[in-house]
Design a protein around this ligand. Structure first.
Ligand code: MG
Length: 353
């Protein structure tokens, strides 16, 4: 008999960043979610929203998700019905971020019932994956940025990503030139504007940055502006990446079909968890878009090991949950010499202190 969901318990956790993401981003928030099934087994998941909305996410879990989930099968297949239930509060955003906590806990339960890791339950296809060094560093001085890139090179990364989108494009040009200088011609350089440009500014900036051969420009415009990205993509030759601020399969489909994007970057939590993430990965495959999961290396890597295509693991410097000391036990993920290997032996294996 299938076990049913008996209880959903949440805990709001604040994790200080050892390397702040900006003057106003010195800590991130996680909502740990425990799901107890009718047999008494407990699955561990989490929701994550670094600086905005953690209390709203926790309230949705405690009030709207718990009451709708209790009594249903303790299986990830409940995702669609719960997403439809929450939809009045938004098809994506805090609703999907909150739902991810439950979905992850249900995948953890499913894998542990099978005495396997989530990766092995899905079907492992890769023993290791390429990883890139990533920095939230627009506020860094040029020297600090160059120092960070030198650390990545010393650590064996062959690909790095850093921020652009300075008020003055000349500052971006100077920084991208300096990073390309450290990397040399053969390492991969990606740049991320975090939605800071208008269409005209992006066109101008990319006209000046293309000579440094970025592998992609990430979030050049507001993530909502699909028509703008499609127009920019007609104007420039550098591939366009986005997706960390898109929340549903439908939003990804429409962006790809509008010709707005080359590389889609779903965040496993923001899209609602593992269940919708796998559907979005399949969409990318069907449509011929490149997939590059956003952040959360300890989680994203476990799913990427099981995908047919080889995808990047994004490793933001000093920002892994393990590195931040937030976990009750190590996940087993190792990132060294530009490759990600390892993961938990059982379940999802991400449990917060
Ligand atoms: Mg980004």
């Amino acid at each position: 008999m299938t076990a049913t969901i008996a209880a959903v318990d949440t805990r709001l956790i604040t994790v200080p960043l050892t390397r702040p993401w900006g003057p106003d981003v010195t800590e991130i928030s996680v909502v740990a979610v425990d799901v107890t099934d009718s047999s008494g087994a407990v699955g561990h998941g989490f929701s994550w929203t670094p600086s905005i909305g953690a209390r709203a996410v926790q309230a949705l879990l405690d009030h709207d998700i718990a009451s709708a989930a209790i009594g249903r099968d303790a299986e990830p297949d409940v995702w669609r019905a719960l997403w439809e239930h929450l939809h009045e509060a938004g098809g994506g955003g805090v609703t999907t971020i909150a739902l991810a906590g439950l979905d992850l806990a249900l995948w953890d339960l499913r894998a542990r019932r099978a005495d396997r890791s989530v990766t092995d339950l899905l079907g492992r296809r890769h023993a290791s994956l390429p990883a890139y060094g990533s920095g939230v560093n627009l506020h860094y001085s040029l020297d600090d940025l160059v120092g960070q890139v030198e650390r990545w090179v010393a650590d064996g990364f062959t690909a790095v990503k850093f921020k652009v989108g300075s008020p003055d494009i000349a500052r971006d040009v100077e920084r991208v030139a300096a990073v390309r200088d450290v990397l040399g011609p053969d390492r991969t350089l990606m740049i991320d504007a975090n939605q800071r440009w208008s269409l005209e500014k992006a066109t101008d900036a990319m006209g000046r940055l293309a000579e440094f051969s970025p592998a992609w420009i990430e979030e050049p415009l507001r993530a909502d502006d699909i028509a703008g990205h499609a127009e920019l993509r007609r104007r420039i030759d550098v591939p366009i990446a986005f997706g960390e601020n898109r929340h549903t399969w439908y939003q990804f489909r429409d962006a790809i079909d509008a010709g707005a994007v080359d590389v889609i970057q779903p965040n496993v939590i923001r899209v609602g968890g593992i269940t919708p993430f796998l559907e979005i990965a399949e969409l990318a495959r069907d449509r011929g878009a490149q997939l590059a999961p956003h952040l959360l290396p300890e989680l994203s890597s476990q799913l990427s090991y099981a995908l047919p295509e080889e995808t990047w693991v994004e490793d933001v410097e000093s920002a892994g949950f393990g590195e931040l000391g937030a976990l009750a036990e190590p996940t087993g993920l190792r990132i060294a010499d530009g490759r990600a290997t390892g993961g938990p032996a059982l379940g999802l294996g991400i449990r917060f202190r």
